[in-house]
Write a protein that binds this ligand. Structure first.
Ligand code: F6R
Length: 608
C-alpha cells in the first residue's frame, strides 16, 4: 500500500512526480503530497483526500527540472490528514522522505528521538526515519540512510533527498517494492514501474536490504553493509498505452473487457507441435514434480478464490491431496511441510505481505515454492523457487477482474502440466483439454457482448442491502468471488455460500427483500442446486439464476435468469465470472460508487 515516486532530471519536477502518482493511485488514496528541492529549501505540498485535491495547487511549484519525492497514502499509523500525509521532513527541514511499509519499532524510536530533542509533526511511523537520518548526516546522504536503517525494524521502501546534495535521491528497501527507472538524462524511483512507464521502460528492481544513490546521469547500488553491487537493467514487458482507459468509463470496465485477451495470453504457446505441454519456468532443477506428494495453495482475497477453484481442478486430474490456505492464517495451523510438499502462492501483485510471509515460511521449512503472479519481477516472483506468470497486463482497478481469470487459466495449465509430468493424464486428454481451454476465450467474449440481462438485474436489485450467492462444487468459489466483488465496490453486504450449507443457518436471513443469486449451470450438481432454489423460493426471497443458455426449465422457477454460454462443466467458472463482475460493476455504478477506487481499499496490500 502507498505509492512513492522520486524524480531527478530536467522535466518540471512537480508535474512529473504528479503524473507518476496518478499511475500509483490504486495503491492508496486517502492523502497525498509532493516535495521539490528549490534553491536552499524543500517546498512541500500536502492534501487530505485523493490526488484531485492536490492537483489544483501544482502551480505553486516552478515549472522547471529538479529533484523531488512524492507519495499517495493508505493510512496504517495515524489518521488520513494533511499532517500525516508524506513527504515528512527532519527538524532542520533539509531532508525529505516518502515511505511505503511499516516501521514496527517506531514508538520506541520516537521516544528516544524526543528525548534527544527532536520535534514531531505527525503521528506516522515514517517520521522517525527522517529524524534518524538527520542525526546520522555528515555530508553523505546514502551513508546517513544506511546508518539510520540499522536501528529500524519493519518493512520499507524509502526515498530521500537533501538540500545539501542537490540532484541526488537515495532509495532503500526491505519487504516493500522499489524500482529504479532509467531514462535519458533523468532517473526515477517508484513503488511500481507504472509510475515511470511513460518516460522509460528500462528498470532495475531493488532487492531486500539494498540502497541506491541516484543522480540524473548515474546510479549506484549498495547493500546495507556498504558493499557495491552490479545489476543489469531489464525492459518492462508492456508500454504506457496498456495502462490508459482506452475509451472505457472506468479501468474496471476496461479490464473486464480485456479478459478474452488475458485468457489467451496466459495460455498461449504452451503446447508443442508434438502435443507435449511445456512450461519452461517449471523445468528447472529445483522442481522434482514426480516427488511431490501434496500441494498447498496460499493466497488472499480474489486470489484465494482462484486457488480454491484450483483444488477442484487438481484433485480431479491428479492423485495428490490439495489444500488451500488463506495466507494470513497459514502459520497458525502449523502445517507440516517438507520437500515433497509444493507450496503454490497465487497473487496478482506478487507483493502481498501475507502471502510473501507464507512463501518465506514454506521456504524455511524446505518446501519447494511456486508463485502464480501477474507482475513481472515482483518480490514473490523473485523469491519463489519458480514462477508461472499470468499474462493479464497491468491491472489498475482496485477490484481484481482480468487477473482472476488469468489466474484460473494458469491453474488449469498447472493442473494439466502436473498431470502430464506425473504420468497421470493421457497425451490425448491434455491436447484436447488445452484446445478446449483456448476456445473459451470466444465464450468469454460472448458473455461480454450480451449484457442486457445483467444490466436489467442490476437495475432491479441495486437498492437491496443484502445478497446471498450460492454455488456448488467448482462454482462454490465463484459464489464467494461474486459476493466479494459486489461488497467491495458497491458496499452492499453479500455472502458467498456453498448451496448445501444454506439450510444450516443462512436460510434464516431470507425474506422478500433479500435476493439470492444461484449459480446453476448444467452440470452434475444441477439437480441438487434446483432443490436449493426451491428452498429459497419457499422463503419468498427473489432468485436470480445464472444458468446455461437454453435452460428454459430454470426460467420458470426464478425471478430473473442470466444466461451464460454452454461449456464443459469444469469450465463453467470461466463464463460465470465475467457475468458476475459485470453485475457488481453495474450495481456499483447505479449506486454512484467509485468502482476503480473503493473506500478503504488498496490494490497492493504490503502490510500484514
Ligand atoms: C479483490 C482483490 C483482493 C486481492 C487480494 C490479494 O478484488 O483484489 O482481494 O485479490 O488483496 O492480492 P494479490 O492477488 O495481489 O496477492
Amino acid at each position: 500500500m502507498c505509492g512513492i515516486v522520486g524524480y531527478v532530471g530536467d522535466r518540471p519536477a512537480a508535474e512529473t512526480l504528479f503524473r507518476g502518482l496518478r499511475r500509483l493511485e490504486y495503491r492508496g488514496y486517502d492523502s497525498a503530497g509532493i516535495a521539490v528541492h528549490e534553491g536552499e529549501r524543500i517546498s512541500v505540498l500536502k492534501r487530505k483526500g485523493n490526488l484531485d485535491q492536490l492537483e489544483p495547487y501544482l502551480g505553486w511549484f516552478p515549472r522547471r527540472g529538479g529533484t523531488g519525492v512524492a507519495h499517495t497514502r493508505w493510512a496504517t499509523h495515524g489518521l488520513p490528514s494533511k499532517e500525516n500525509a508524506h513527504p515528512h521532513l527532519d527538524c532542520g527541514e533539509e531532508i525529505a522522505v516518502v515511505h511505503n511499509g511499516i516501521i514496527e519499532n517506531f514508538q520506541e524510536l520516537r521516544e528516544e528521538l524526543l528525548s534527544r530533542g527532536h520535534r514531531f509533526r505527525s503521528q506516522t511511523d515514517t517520521e522517525v526515519v527522517v529524524h534518524l537520518v538527520e542525526e546520522n548526516y555528515r555530508g553523505d546522504l546514502l551513508e546517513a540512510v544506511r546508518l539510520a536503517l540499522r536501528s529500524v525494524h519493519g518493512a520499507y521502501a524509502l526515498v530521500f533527498m537533501s538540500v545539501r546534495e542537490p540532484g541526488v535521491l537515495v532509495g532503500a528497501r526491505r519487504d516493500s517494492p522499489l524500482l529504479l527507472g532509467l531514462g535519458e538524462g533523468e532517473n526515477f524511483l517508484a513503488s511500481a514501474t507504472l509510475a515511470f512507464l511513460e518516460f522509460t521502460r528500462r528498470a532495475v528492481a531493488l532487492e531486500n536490504d539494498e540502497l541506491v544513490r541516484v543522480t540524473k546521469e548515474d546510479w549506484e547500488l549498495v547493500t546495507t553493509e556498504g558493499k557495491r553491487l552490479e545489476r543489469s537493467p531489464y525492459q518492462v514487458p508492456f508500454d504506457v498505452t496498456s495502462v490508459e482507459k482506452g475509451g472505457f468509463a472506468d479501468y474496471m470496465l476496461k479490464e473486464i473487457y480485456e479478459q478474452p485477451q488475458a485468457w489467451q495470453d496466459t495460455l498461449r504457446g504452451r503446447l508443442s507441435r508434438s502435443g507435449v505441454l511445456r512450461i519452461e519456468e517449471l523445468e528447472e532443477d529445483h522442481f522434482d514434480l514426480k516427488r511431490i506428494r501434496r500441494i498447498i495453495f496460499v493466497s488472499c482475497g480474489t486470489s484465494y478464490h482462484a486457488s480454491l477453484l484450483g483444488r477442484y481442478v487438481m484433485e480431479n486430474w491428479m492423485d495428490i491431496p490439495v489444500e488451500v490456505d488463506i495466507s494470513s492464517e497459514f502459520f497458525y495451523r502449523e502445517p507440516r511441510l517438507d520437500p515433497e510438499c509444493l507450496v503454490v502462492a497465487v497473487s496478482q501483485s506478487g507483493e502481498t505481505a501475507d502471502t510473501m510471509s507464507a512463501v518465506r515460511w514454506a521456504k524455511n521449512c524446505g518446501a519447494p515454492t511456486l508463485s502464480v503472479v501477474n507482475v513481472v519481477g515482483s518480490m514473490m516472483a523473485r523469491e519463489s523457487d519458480g514462477v508461472l506468470y499470468t499474462h493479464a497486463g497491468p491491472e489498475i482497478g482496485v477490484a481484481a477482474t482480468k487477473t482472476f481469470l488469468a489466474q484460473i487459466a494458469a491453474i488449469y495449465l498447472l493442473g494439466l502440466y502436473l498431470g502430464q509430468e506425473r504420468g497421470l493424464l493421457e497425451p490425448e486428454f491434455i491436447r484436447h483439454t488445452y484446445e478446449r481451454l483456448e476456445a473459451l476465450s470466444s465464450r468469454i467474449e460472448e458473455v461480454l457482448q450480451d449484457t442486457e440481462m445483467v444490466e436489467r438485474c442490476a437495475e432491479k436489485y441495486c437498492r437491496c442491502e443484502d445478497f446471498l450467492f450460492l454455488g456448488r462444487n467448482i462454482n462454490y468459489p465463484l459464489a464467494m468471488e461474486a459476493a466479494l466483488k459486489l461488497k467491495e465496490i458497491s458496499y452492499i453486504h453479500a455472502e458467498g455460500y456453498p448451496a448445501g450449507e444454506m439450510k444450516h443457518g443462512p436460510i434464516a436471513l431470507l425474506h422478500p427483500g433479500f435476493p439470492v443469486v444461484a449459480l446453476i449451470p448444467r452440470d452434475g450438481v444441477y439437480g441438487k442446486m434446483r432443490s436449493n432454489v426451491e428452498e429459497v423460493k419457499a422463503r419468498q426471497a427473489p432468485i436470480i439464476a445464472v444458468a446455461t443458455r437454453g435452460d428454459s426449465e430454470i426460467r420458470e422457477c426464478c425471478d430473473e435468469t442470466i444466461y451464460v454460454p454452454e461449456v464443459e462443466p469444469h469450465f463453467n467458472p470461466v463464463v460465470i465470472a465475467p457475468a458476475m463482475q459485470l453485475f457488481a460493476y453495474y450495481v456499483a455504478k447505479m449506486r454512484g460508487c467509485n468502482v476503480d477506487q473503493p473506500r478503504n481499499l488498496a490494490k497492493t496490500v504490503t502490510v500484514e
